[in-house]
Design a protein around this ligand. Structure first.
Ligand SMILES: [Zn+2]
Length: 465
């Protein structure tokens, strides 16, 4: 059991010492003894409860991390492509969308010069051609047949160019599951000690991948799954949350269908987490919850459009909202262009919902929004698109309010922040600066040491090295 003593840390606005023994915070106060403990001088930096991202998709983040956009919109030329391929790691690299206008024809000789030491495969924009380096050719050599689809040089050796080979390649790529290690390292670097994965109907293979990453320590974060079946047996460290219901706007369920699904989940003692991006899906969900009764923990994912007056109804029902201000930054310009004019003022509301008495927590929805919580908090404060358009100025919240969402317990997003008190879980985030400074700069490089379940992780993020 490791014992840690944080000296001179800012906790709830006061400078104190914090003692951590094993899985728990055991003492908070001035002048604690560091006998038998590893001493960490916080130097007045804030010690926060570890951040919890209330809505993301772990395996999709891992897959997206591996897929490098090699198209001309993303990389201009050979230098750009080489830079894009310079990703740390050892597993497969996967590029998509390539066109010769970027850096000419690619084969194993060209690719080996850029990526000599790990397998890489790049798909042509047409979808008909994969281009592999030598390490990749070696990995898939057992599926390279004698057909003309395997391009060969004068000596009969494969050039790394495989035509119409998707199905045959897939058979050779079973050893290429998404790698959660880099995702875990990123999360730790951001100060995140727990995540809620919102993938609907998550299957047993995916759960096993997450469990294996946790067991190996590469994904140290606590994990809550919204998509786990009610009868799924979950390994230690992984819990089921509210049950995720994905409503597709082009194909909304009928009132009766949705009511039945919500009732089934409630009967199994699971609240629901309903994906509502449009006004229609939100109104349908609230009508169902109003009739059959909401239970504690029911939540709305996204709440992309909340028409006037509806916030009060949500407050009455006690449903929470897990929102993603990061979308305003990444997609705000498209929203400003494409969203119906009468929806635009009610897009991803935040301050208005809080004023109505609704519990709201921010989250990333990564990889669809930015994973970095400090960026997400900045987006909640600014609500500014990439081009600088402000969407719903009145819905801005303070950085402290947005941060509080990350500090709320996994089962109570939007509820009161967890606190560092004796008996609290040893999930902590030490910053280089006091909270006031951190909230003014909102920069991930302020994260100094992250403790997850009593284990300290230091400087794992490139920004900290
Ligand atoms: Zn999502």
């Amino acid at each position: 059991m490791t014992t840690l003593l944080f000296r001179n840390a800012e906790v709830d606005g006061e400078l104190v010492d914090v003692r951590v023994e094993g899985h728990m915070v055991t003492a908070v106060g001035p002048g604690l003894s560091n006998a038998g403990a590893e001493l960490i001088d916080a130097g007045g930096g804030a010690l926060l409860p570890g951040l919890h991202d209330h809505h993301l998709h772990l395996l999709a983040i891992a897959a997206a991390r591996r897929s490098i956009d090699c198209g001309s919109a993303a990389v201009r030329d050979e230098a750009g492509l080489r830079a894009a391929l310079a990703v740390p790691g050892t597993g497969w690299l996967r590029g998509t969308n390539y066109h010769e206008s970027v850096a000419g024809e690619l084969d194993r000789t060209v690719l080996d010069r850029w990526v000599p030491d790990r397998p890489v495969r790049i798909q042509h924009r047409s979808g008909a051609l994969w281009m592999l380096n030598s390490a990749a050719v070696k990995k898939v050599s057992h599926v390279l047949d004698g057909s003309i689809d395997v391009e060969r040089d004068g000596a009969g050796q494969p050039t790394g160019r495989l035509w119409r080979y998707d199905d045959r390649l897939r058979a050779a790529l079973v050893d290429d599951p998404p790698d959660l290690g880099p995702v875990g390292a990123d999360l730790t670097g951001f100060g995140i000690t727990g995540v809620t994965d919102a993938t609907p109907d998550i299957d047993s293979t995916a759960i096993e991948l997450i469990a294996a990453a946790r067991e190996s320590g590469t994904l140290p974060q606590r994990v809550v799954l919204l998509g786990a079946a009610t009868d799924a047996r979950l390994p230690a460290g992984i819990e089921a949350g509210p049950y995720k219901l994905l409503l597709r706007d082009h194909d909304l369920p009928s009132y009766d269908e949705l009511a039945a699904r919500v009732a089934t989940s409630h009967d199994a003692h699971r609240p629901v987490a309903v994906h509502c991006v449009s006004r229609e899906s939100l109104l349908l969900t609230l009508a169902v919850l109003a009739d059959i009764g909401a239970v504690d923990g029911d939540r709305i994912e996204h709440a992309g459009v909340v028409p006037p007056g509806v916030g009060e109804q949500m407050a009455e029902l006690g449903v929470r909202v897990v929102t993603q201000p990061g979308f305003l930054r990444e997609r705000g310009d498209a929203y400003a262009r494409d969203v119906a004019e009468d929806d635009l003022p009610h897009l991803y509301p935040h301050a208005g919902l809080l004023a109505d008495g609704v519990s709201v927590a921010v989250s990333s929805d990564a990889p669809f929004g930015p994973l970095d919580p400090w960026q997400v908090i900045a987006a909640a404060v600014e609500r500014r698109s990439a081009a600088g358009v402000v969407l719903g100025e009145a819905e801005r919240v303070s950085a402290a309010t947005a941060l509080a969402g990350y500090l709320a317990p996994p089962d109570d997003p939007g509820g009161p922040p967890r606190r560092i008190v004796p008996g609290a879980a040893a999930d902590l985030c030490l910053l280089h600066a006091p909270v006031r400074t951190a909230l003014a700069s909102l920069d991930r490089s302020l994260v100094r040491t992250v403790v997850i379940d009593g284990v300290a992780h230091v400087g794992e993020h490139p920004a900290n090295q």
